[in-house]
Design a protein around this ligand. Structure first.
Ligand SMILES: [Zn+2]
Length: 314
């Protein structure tokens, strides 16, 4: 069967690399279609939903390059990077055209702002035909983190089960529940598509090891979905996180964390403080729970209402 994604198409047994034209904009996103020789599931992979999360972008480019129709049972669609304007602007969280966070704008609006149209295009052209969705993130330019993967619990029981099992195949030790509805993967789950959002790397950097970790995880999930041949390996050292507790900045200023990603904290233990530009402490933050520190803002600059620390509670 032909694979068609907007203006791009690949017949059975064909691989096509080109630019996906985002509906109702002049944006063209690098995109790869691999239409396998054998039947199977359709998997969508996006890297770079946020512009400064580099291991996921590089892994998306590599998996798009490596996969060939002979290797694939089913179909794989890769966007690399999805948020090309943010990537080129080296802009964290936001799309430069309208200052919106693409991962808060799903399912999108056809006639909305630039970011809302970007979301709408993926909902309409990719999620609509997907059997599974992987959204590859990392800590953004100002975020440090320990690798973790978030799966949606807002879809059907079956969607939640497949999402959790696949997330457990990423080779990542922290697997967290999510009830987000306006992000990429939550929106897909509400439309019956299981998936997850993974986080590897951060602070505006990327290493070969992080990309290799991503490549291992993506291929292992493709094996779990029977898109690639071979047995998926199950990770036996996973901590399943029931709840992620985000702590948010109450002021602009300078941020001084006292915890590091991957560390454990006790309830009421101090996690950091914000000082004003004269060095005076204006806010202090304490952990609401016993748990593991999943991410910490790594920039000195902090902006009111931004997340500063997330603590996972088992
Ligand atoms: Zn992200």
């Amino acid at each position: 069967m032909e694979l068609r994604v907007g203006n791009l198409k690949a017949v059975e047994g064909e691989k096509v690399q080109g630019y996906f034209e985002v509906l109702h904009t002049d944006l063209k996103v690098p995109c790869t279609l691999i239409n396998g020789k054998k039947p199977g599931k359709t998997v969508v992979i996006t890297g770079g939903t946020h512009g400064g999360e580099y291991p996921g972008v590089e892994a998306a480019i590599r998996i798009a390059g490596e996969l060939q129709p002979e290797m694939v049972s089913g179909k794989v669609i890769v966007m690399h990077p999805y948020n090309l304007p943010a990537f080129e602007a080296r802009l964290q969280y936001l799309t430069p055209q309208d200052g919106k966070n693409l991962n808060r704008e799903f399912p999108g609006i056809a006639t909305g702002t630039f970011t809302q149209r970007m979301a709408y295009s993926v909902t309409q052209e990719l999620h609509s035909q997907a059997d599974f969705y992987m959204d590859l993130h990392g800590g953004d330019i100002h975020e440090a983190l320990v690798p973790f993967v978030i799966y949606p619990t807002i879809g059907s029981e079956e969607v939640t089960r497949i999402s959790k099992e696949a997330a457990s195949c990423m080779g990542i030790n922290y697997v967290c529940k999510s009830t987000s509805t306006n992000g990429t993967f939550g929106s897909a789950a509400l439309r019956g598509v299981p998936g997850f959002l993974s986080e590897i790397g951060g602070s505006g950097l990327w290493t070969e090891q992080e990309v290799q970790d991503y490549m291992y995880g993506i291929k292992n999930v493709l094996k779990y979905l029977h898109v690639l041949e071979g047995e998926a390996e199950i990770n036996n050292s996973i901590s399943y996180i029931e709840q992620m507790n985000g702590i948010y900045a109450e002021s602009n200023g300078c941020w001084y964390p006292s915890v590091t990603p991957g560390g454990t904290v006790k309830k009421d233990e101090k996690v950091g403080e914000i000082k004003d530009y004269f060095g005076k402490v204006i806010n202090e933050y304490y952990s609401p729970v016993n748990g593991t520190v999943l991410f910490v803002v790594s920039s000195l600059a902090i902006t009111k209402d931004d997340p500063i620390v997330a603590i996972g509670e088992c």
